[in-house]
Design a protein around this ligand. Structure first.
Ligand code: ZN
Ligand code: ZN
Ligand code: ZN
Ligand code: ZN
Ligand code: ZN
Length: 573
């Protein structure tokens, strides 16, 4: 097959399908996609609500529970205990396939009628407000988090402890307001660090400790904005830092300005990648357009996809092989269009199924085989009917396409799509998608953020009772917030001031610090003749501009000095 230019059915932009892509589609016997990669990503995450929690009663035991389904959702929603119990039978919702109707029409009806789990949070202890997470202890407001303890307000904590307000912490401990770190301990306001401890306001450091305001250092201690100090001088300066919100904002600004003077590597990666493109990637081989895609091989278009092998179009997934169009799925083989489904093989159009083999268009099944639309068949009946349904779906242009956003169980503005592809209410409705008007927030603010104590030492326990106003009123703002007791304890222990912004505003600001999930083709900006190099090491291109080109998430109009790996390594060595 040759490369082919197609027009996206959704946004009408053109997109390219490469010969390798066709080989993958042939292997899975699906036609080439009709949506461009971005629209496919948007469609997957329109099916996912991460953060919008509501209170509602379990449809079975009637107990109040935390849920990602808003009160207007009309289908049954069960608490974790009831959903996993044998007090109900998902096969009781089974039905025959009707060839006079489309597949998605029938699937959507089944999905709205079959009980759903209130949120995906398994094998966790005392971690009620956690979604798409498992095996956590004492966590609060975390998403896409696993085997972590005492973590709060963040996403992608993996094997981490005592982290607050962070994104993508891998085996980290005691971290605050930080992004994309690995094997770090006790760091505050840092980004892209690995193997560091006791760091403040720093970026892109390795094997460093006790540094403040530093950028791209290797194996250093007691540095202050990249200046080497004595231990005494460092400790003296650190003791003088004023830990108020205002000063923290100034220090972050100062670090951002300082880091613009240093070259950055064209991608954020702290472990090696082979023949791969994307950003926030590591340990990959032949991974393309991967964003927070790690430890994967032969993966294309993966966002927050780890340990994928021979896969395409995965979002928020873990440990899959030969999977196409997956969202929130894990430990699967040969699945096509799989949503929030774990430990399945050969599952087609699967939603909330666990430990199943050979299922098609099923919802909320555990440990079943040979089911179609939640109806049990014999092995032979299953294969015969499966082929007929695939032919029917091909005819209707459904086969190979992920669940349309129009039939998502979530209103568009509750879904993750609103974070990455925001639309106004009018735009959402014009596209035939649902919008949910949240009840007006009528929090009675008892403490305007302007009156918060500047230093944590001045906050008494009574602050836990206060309803604090948010200073930002950003996109998704909760308008006001309360402090969690564990949160106050963390601020006290590490001398951090109380934030002036609500959690959704802090989250949005933090995620906006990352590079966008897009790639531009650019050339290395290393021109040593015109720019003062930070060390005298000779670059391979001598006094000529570096000819290396790459795909980067740094857009051409950004202010950073973007280097290829070779030139960057010369500068930081
Ligand atoms: Zn498109
Ligand atoms: Zn229940
Ligand atoms: Zn806010
Ligand atoms: Zn270069
Ligand atoms: Zn160079």
């Amino acid at each position: 097959m040759n490369r082919e230019i197609k027009q996206c059915q959704n946004c009408k932009q053109s997109f390219t399908i490469e010969p390798d892509d066709f080989a993958f589609y042939e292997k899975l016997k699906v036609p080439a996609p009709t949506f461009c990669p971005d629209c496919r990503y948007q469609r997957r995450i329109a099916n996912r609500n991460e953060w919008n929690f509501y209170k509602r009663d379990c449809g079975l035991c009637k107990k109040s529970m935390v849920s990602i389904y808003n009160p207007a959702y009309f289908g049954p929603v069960y608490c974790n205990d009831c959903w996993w119990s044998d007090k109900w039978d998902p096969l009781a919702y089974g039905r025959d396939f009707d060839f006079s109707k489309t597949f998605f029409e029938q699937f959507s009806k089944l999905r709205f009628e079959t009980p759903r789990i209130t949120l995906a949070n398994s094998k966790s202890i005392n971690s009620e407000y956690s979604n798409q997470s498992e095996e956590n202890k004492n966590c609060y407001m975390v998403v896409a988090t696993g085997t972590s303890e005492n973590c709060m307000y963040g996403n992608w904590y993996q094997g981490s402890k005592d982290c607050v307000d962070c994104w993508a912490m891998y085996k980290c401990e005691i971290m605050y307001e930080s992004l994309n770190c690995r094997d770090c301990y006790k760091c505050f306001f840092v980004e892209d660090n690995k193997d560091c401890h006791d760091m403040y306001f720093s970026k892109d450091c390795r094997l460093c400790s006790n540094c403040f305001g530093c950028v791209s250092l290797r194996g250093k201690t007691y540095c202050w904005f990249n200046e080497q100090l004595s231990k005494d001088e460092y400790q003296k300066r650190l003791a003088e830092v004023l830990w108020t919100q205002e000063n923290i904002d100034n220090l972050r600004k100062k670090l951002d300005e300082f880091s613009l003077q240093k070259p950055v590597k064209f991608e954020h990666s702290y472990t090696k990648n082979e023949n791969s493109t994307g950003d926030y990637i590591g340990g990959n081989k032949n991974v393309h357009y991967g964003f927070n895609a790690r430890l994967s091989e032969n993966l294309k278009f993966g966002q927050d996809a780890w340990e994928a092998r021979d896969c395409m179009d995965l979002t928020e997934t873990l440990d899959n092989e030969l999977e196409y169009e997956g969202e929130g799925s894990g430990w699967g083989n040969r699945n096509i269009a799989s949503a929030k489904s774990w430990w399945n093989n050969d599952a087609l159009y699967s939603d909330l199924n666990f430990n199943c083999n050979n299922i098609f268009g099923c919802v909320s099944l555990h440990a079943k085989s040979y089911c179609i639309l939640n109806k049990q068949y014999s092995e032979k009946e299953y294969y015969d009917l499966k082929e007929k349904i695939i032919a029917h779906m091909r005819k209707n242009g459904e086969w190979g396409e992920f669940f349309p956003a129009e039939i998502s169980p979530f209103p568009y503005n509750d879904s993750l799509a609103q974070d990455y592809f925001p639309m106004t209410k009018d735009e959402v409705i014009a596209k035939g998608l649902r919008w949910h008007d949240r009840d007006a927030r009528d929090y009675k603010v008892t403490l305007p953020h302007e009156n918060l104590p500047e230093k944590i030492g001045d906050a008494s326990d009574s602050i836990l009772k206060e309803v604090i106003s948010c200073s930002l009123h950003g996109f998704r703002c909760a308008t006001a917030f309360r402090l969690h007791p564990a949160e106050l304890q963390f601020y006290r222990q590490f001398n951090l001031p109380i934030p002036h912004k609500c959690f959704p505003c802090r989250l949005q600001e933090r995620l906006a610090r990352r590079n966008p999930r897009k790639l531009w083709h650019r050339q290395c900006m290393c021109l040593p003749a015109g720019r003062q190099a930070t060390n005298t090491a000779k670059h391979f291109h001598g006094d000529k501009p570096c000819p290396n080109e790459f795909e980067t998430s740094y857009a051409p109009d950004r202010p950073e000095i973007v280097y290829c790996e070779e030139c960057y390594n010369k500068e930081v060595a």
